[in-house]
Ligand binder design. Structure first.
Ligand code: AP5
Length: 216
């Protein structure tokens, strides 16, 4: 049976960083809703234009288009064995839709690691983040610097700072997270699927805690 893991946590807590490592370690596909939107923006699709108008303000993209986009991704052959969902679901409606679509694929959400950190940590992490243009590899100017400033270690492409990582936009993203996504913490806790992980530790330690919790 396929395994589906939802990584929950506020903006900049390290979901994407951990999702990439976990996907390799436990051989699951990685689905990042933010990366899917950024791909659409790069390719100048209609969905990308719509998403950008919300993302630039730090608001959530409407549920219907977000759910359709993730549904399309999750039905791809590489997700047959399951996936790590990073950034989705983010609203109760998205969580309900996810359960329905996974039931169609013969699965369900198995576990929900919830990575935590306080606001000052989130601001420091997002304001120092650099991402690669080609494939979205993520660095941090202090915690995980590239070997050469401005250049991706993996594919040599240019590094850039996300438009929505400006402090005022991040502050709104955190506010939106508390208002619209926090209800999912209780939702998954009541289902017995939530696993709390301290995100204020070195990347390797967070990974160790995640892997230990998922093994249980
Ligand atoms: P999205 O791209 O999903 O952003 P997010 O959830 O706000 O998360 P981030 O990507 O900012 O952070 P992260 O937790 O992945 O941290 P990372 O590993 O990069 O969404 C962007 C926008 O798209 C949303 O605002 C919304 O508009 C839209 N959207 C996306 N999904 C949606 C949905 N489902 N519904 C509606 N709209 C949606 O790490 C951050 C930095 O910290 C990096 O520099 C990293 O190197 C560093 N770092 C990571 N871990 C550590 C550590 N342990 N110690 C020190 N540094 C660390």
């Amino acid at each position: 049976m396929a395994t589906y893991i939802v990584l929950l946590g506020p903006p900049g807590v390290g979901k994407g960083t951990q999702a990439v490592i976990l996907a390799q370690a436990i051989k699951l596909a990685h689905i990042s809703s933010g990366d899917l939107f950024r791909g659409n923006i790069k390719n100048q699709t209609e969905l990308g234009k719509l998403a950008k108008s919300y993302m630039d303000k730090g608001e959530l993209v409407p549920d219907d288009v977000t759910i359709a986009m993730v549904r399309d991704r999750i039905s791809q052959p590489d997700c047959k064995g399951g996936a790590i969902l990073d950034g989705f679901p983010r609203t109760p409606k998205q969580a309900e839709s996810l359960e329905k679509m996974l039931a169609e694929f013969g699965g369900c959400v198995d576990s929900v690691p919830y990575i935590t950190a306080d606001e000052a940590v989130l601001i420091e992490r997002t304001s120092g983040r650099w991402s690669c243009r080609a494939q979205g590899h993520v660095y941090h100017q202090k915690f995980n610097p590239p070997k050469q400033a401005g250049v991706c270690d993996v594919d040599g492409s240019e590094l850039y700072q996300r438009d929505d990582d400006k402090v005022e936009t991040v502050t709104n993203r955190i506010h939106v997270y508390f208002e619209q996504t926090m209800p999912l913490v209780d939702y998954y806790r009541k289902l017995g699927k939530l696993i709390e992980i301290n995100g204020v530790q070195p990347v390797e330690q967070v990974t160790n805690d995640l892997l230990a919790a998922l093994r249980k």
